[in-house]
Write a protein that binds this ligand. Structure first.
Ligand code: SF4
Length: 307
């Protein structure tokens, strides 16, 4: 892929609370870039106002300097910082990895927790940093499938499932609390019984104990990107047939709406997924922000609160 990389200065404070419902209780978020080189077909951030366009990554070049000035001015330091809500902090772009490393190092040196969700490959210098500060780090590895063929269609430039499994293994071996996000589950494509069994069997071999699950939510832009990814493949029709009985849902996470599968479908499948996961001693939780209509004890984002 030919990636267009550019740089801008961030004008506003780096440490600002997120408007997302999931990040309350002293958790702030940092996005080192606008845009994301992973180009996942189901990515909601590709519809954001600040999205620079496909194959474009705009790096905030002054984040570290701003943060160095901001931290001493804070009366109360944030409990933790989450990377990232609209990009991936581990995109395979050297300048992104460099700024991410320096910011995480600075935060950890102030005793501020670091939490991240990634579909990228985590370089070894980060692994050493996380091992040294393991009690302050919370890792979430996004893994929608362990099937490389499906993954490649949906997340063409993200790390392979194999590399993500290696990330998980390395993080767990270094004492970092690590959970997996099976988000989004794609109906009719990644939720067959055999596919799910294979998924949990594979991740259990890396000692995973906790997985957060969420079904794909549709927006027009996501539909268009999925159609582009699948081309004329029958898989596209099979997926969208299942949404015919669906409904619009309110998303607690960001005060917006999206189109979801019917509550019956989701409830049944979440139970099935939980039961398959339990064969491998893995606990599943349902993402609460996006499923408040079907489940009352769903979880919101766990950052450093590992309850
Ligand atoms: S890694 Fe996340 S932010 Fe990046 S394209 Fe995929 S879903 Fe979007």
């Amino acid at each position: 892929m030919n990636l267009d990389i550019s740089f801008i200065d961030r004008k506003t404070n780096v440490l600002t609370p997120s408007s997302l419902h999931c990040f309350r209780n002293g958790i702030v978020t940092i996005n080192p870039t606008q845009g994301c080189s992973h180009q996942c077909a189901y990515c909601y951030a590709r519809g954001y106002r600040i999205y620079p366009g496909d194959q474009k990554v705009v790096i905030y070049q002054n984040l570290l300097n701003k943060l160095r000035k901001e931290l001493p001015r804070k009366r109360v330091l944030p409990k933790a910082v989450f990377f990232s809500t609209s990009c991936d902090a581990f995109q395979p772009v050297p300048q992104v990895l460099e700024v991410t490393y320096l910011i995480m190092e600075l935060l950890l040196s102030h005793g501020i927790g670091v939490s991240f969700l990634t579909k990228g490959n985590i370089p070894m210098n980060f692994m050493a940093l996380f091992e040294e500060n393991s009690s302050l780090v919370n890792a979430k590895i996004g893994l929608i499938t362990v099937n490389r063929r499906i993954q490649q269609v949906l997340e063409p430039y993200a790390a392979t499932p194999e590399k993500r499994l290696k990330n998980i293994e390395r993080l767990i071996n270094r004492g970092v609390y690590t959970e997996v996000r099976m988000d989004p589950v794609i109906p009719g494509l990644t939720d067959g019984e055999d596919i799910i069994d294979d998924y949990f069997k594979t991740i259990s071999e890396c000692n995973v104990k906790s997985v957060i699950v969420n079904y794909l939510l549709l927006r027009n832009m996501i539909k268009r990107n999925l159609k582009k990814a699948f081309g004329l493949n029958r898989a596209y029709n099979r997926i969208f047939d299942l949404y015919e009985a669906g409904m619009t849902v309110e998303l607690k996470a960001e005060n917006s709406r999206a189109f979801a599968l019917s509550p019956e479908y989701r409830r049944g499948k979440y139970d099935e997924i939980a039961s398959i996961a339990s064969r491998y001693n893995i606990k599943t939780d349902i993402c609460g922000c996006k499923n408040s209509d079907v489940i009352s004890n769903a979880v919101c984002s766990r950052v450093v609160d590992r309850s």
